[in-house]
Write a protein that binds this ligand. Structure first.
Ligand SMILES: C[S@@+](CC[C@H](N)C(=O)[O-])C[C@H]1O[C@@H](n2cnc3c(N)ncnc32)[C@H](O)[C@@H]1O
Length: 216
């Protein structure tokens, strides 16, 4: 059964972090790697899309205690844990969809997203990435760490499966359901470039997971 995105994560809150770190290949490497790509300057403003309980932010706050982070997530329970974990940090929490929440323009030194954006199509991502582009300062950048489809066929297969499952379960609303539909890394890079990013590079790769940096 497909589950609504926020309910899926809130239901699995117990043991969520252990699952991410122990079950996902090389997670103990790509979380600290992602954090180390973020700015270390004092009061750096960072936007986290789909921050969840803040696994990447734990590593980041170790490197930059003065960072001012805005975290956006759909799941109330995940955000409650986040708030408790980082009560002493400068953290603005927004419960909502990053597709809908307006971002302050020319404000952030960097944006980051880890393991959240593999649920959406290229067409859905381009306007979101445009919004991220506009939210960044002139020398800002976006670090996207996520897992990617191994082929065009696999990308198409999972998208069709989601459509089939929604039809089978009589789901015809526009809400987000948890079902992984990763793009290929090539299509992800195209989406970032089409949104306006000037330089898009793969900084690290661990199996199906890549860390991508998109510079404004
Ligand atoms: C696998 S968790 C990753 C959380 C965190 N970044 C980490 O790596 O531990 C994916 C998160 O993305 C959030 N999410 C998915 N779609 C979203 C959307 N459209 N807007 C905001 N958050 C979203 C989910 O609620 C969930 O907390």
């Amino acid at each position: 059964m497909l589950e609504k995105m926020n309910e899926f994560f809130d239901k699995r809150l117990d043991g969520y972090e252990e699952h991410q770190l122990n079950v996902i290949e090389s997670a103990n490497e790509f979380y600290p790697f992602t954090a180390a790509c973020l700015p270390v300057n004092e009061n750096a403003a960072v936007l986290d899309l789909g921050c969840g309980t803040g696994l990447e932010l734990g590593y980041y706050f170790e490197l930059n205690k003065t960072a001012k982070v805005t975290g956006i997530d759909l799941a109330e329970g995940m955000l409650k844990v986040l708030k408790e974990k980082f009560a002493d940090k400068s953290l603005t929490i927004i419960q909502g969809s990053y597709f809908d929440v307006p971002f302050e323009k020319d404000f952030y030194d960097a944006a980051v997203s880890v393991e959240s954006l593999h649920h959406f199509t290229k067409d859905e991502k381009i306007p979101l990435y445009r919004k991220v582009f506009e939210a960044l300062k002139a020398d800002g950048y976006f670090i996207l760490t996520d897992y990617f489809a191994e082929s065009d066929e696999s990308e198409i297969f999972f998208r069709k499966e989601l459509i089939r499952l929604k039809a089978e379960q009589g789901i015809d609303d526009n809400e987000f359901y948890h079902y992984d539909t990763p793009l290929t890394v090539e299509h992800e890079i195209q989406a970032l470039k089409e949104a306006g990013f000037s330089t898009v590079e793969i900084l690290g790769q661990w199996g199906a997971t890549c860390a991508i940096r998109a510079k404004k």
